[in-house]
Design a protein around this ligand. Sequence first.
Ligand SMILES: Nc1ncnc2c1ncn2[C@@H]1O[C@H](COP(=O)(O)OP(=O)(O)OP(=O)(O)O)[C@@H](O)[C@H]1O
Ligand SMILES: [Mg+2]
Length: 391
Amino acid sequence: MEAAVRGEKPEIVVCGHICLDVIPRFAGGAARLEEVLVPGKLVNVGPAVTATGGVVSNTGLALHRLGVPTRLMGKLGDDLFGHALLEILRGYDSALAEGMIVAAGASTSYTVVISPPGVDRIFLHCPGANDTFGAEDVPYDQLAGARIFHFGYPPLMKRMYADGGVELETLLRRVKERGLITSLDMARPDPASEAGRARWRELLARVLPHVDLFLPSLDEILFMLGRESGGEGVLRETAEELISLGAAVVGLKLGSGGWYLRTTADQSRLTPLRACVSQVEAWADRELLAPCFAVEVVGTTGSGDCSVAGFLAGLIYGLSPEETMTSAVAVGACNVEAADATSGIPTWPEVQTRVRGGWARRAVALPLPGWEWDEQAAIWRGPAEARRERC
Ligand SMILES: Nc1ncnc2c1ncn2[C@@H]1O[C@H](COP(=O)(O)OP(=O)(O)OP(=O)(O)O)[C@@H](O)[C@H]1O
Ligand SMILES: [Mg+2]
């Protein structure tokens, strides 16, 4: 695994949210919360489990495990938790810590996870450096040679969602000036929080013209657009609204429903994809739905981030839209076979071997009127595809 990154130029830069999880281990059986958290009481716990979380860690490490040379760009403080976070990354590969931004005076974001057996988890979360992350924090000269810039979780980064996304637009514009494909993922903000009340529609209108690949979950984007959930028509209407706001490629994560893809019909808007794809026409006016692969689900932590890694790796390897979508759901499926965020992800050749080996797909519960099942590609083709073929 080490050789995949060291000495090789990064193909993908994963930038944005990262935090350190500190998880005290509780012994014994089910407890009542009021027996655990009693003012004045000393509670004995076991050694803490520490782990990294956030898009930089999840999508970044998943890409690294697949074997794609990847640079991680999250912001940390020059403090004890920052050093711990860098140490964890170096444990995977020393090169993974090299792109991290260590900012004097910032405090590293961390979460203390209080999770006694039988009690609902409590998270004590410090947003720290994620909230102070601004366009000026990105060392743009370090993007040279990379082909994709993936950014994650504006809803968990205060300066990125403030003022209708002015700062995020500046950041993405500067990345675009350097010729990289830009990619963006979201997270669901708590509706009652400051992030939940942010002007999301205004932000999307401002930033999406600078976003080539927009890859949110369906539920979070419905929230941001103030739309109701519903049938397959909602997928199309939502994605087409996002394309009309400026995105070139929209991938919507549907949980156990798989991935939905809709792309712009405007071939000139797809030009940036040339960094990875020889025939961008193949990406124009597409509508596909890739069902999930059938697996035994152990845990879904990081499944969205890992499936994004599969999608981005597909593009880096110049695959077709059908194969790229299949890679997204395949890497997502590998994630849910393990409890944690990335340990289930094998190498890229192993994923491809598994896909070619007749790995069964789950049935899609959503009714798909007017859609066609393509047996060879093992993917659903939407009504927009049929119109495309007639042209
Ligand atoms: N039960 C499952 N079986 C197989 N694959 C799954 C299952 N659940 C999720 N996946 C894979 O993971 C992908 C991403 O899941 P999901 O849509 O929940 O992402 P998300 O909402 O971004 O999640 P999160 O941000 O919480 O990781 C799915 O599109 C699918 O490919
Ligand atoms: Mg997600």
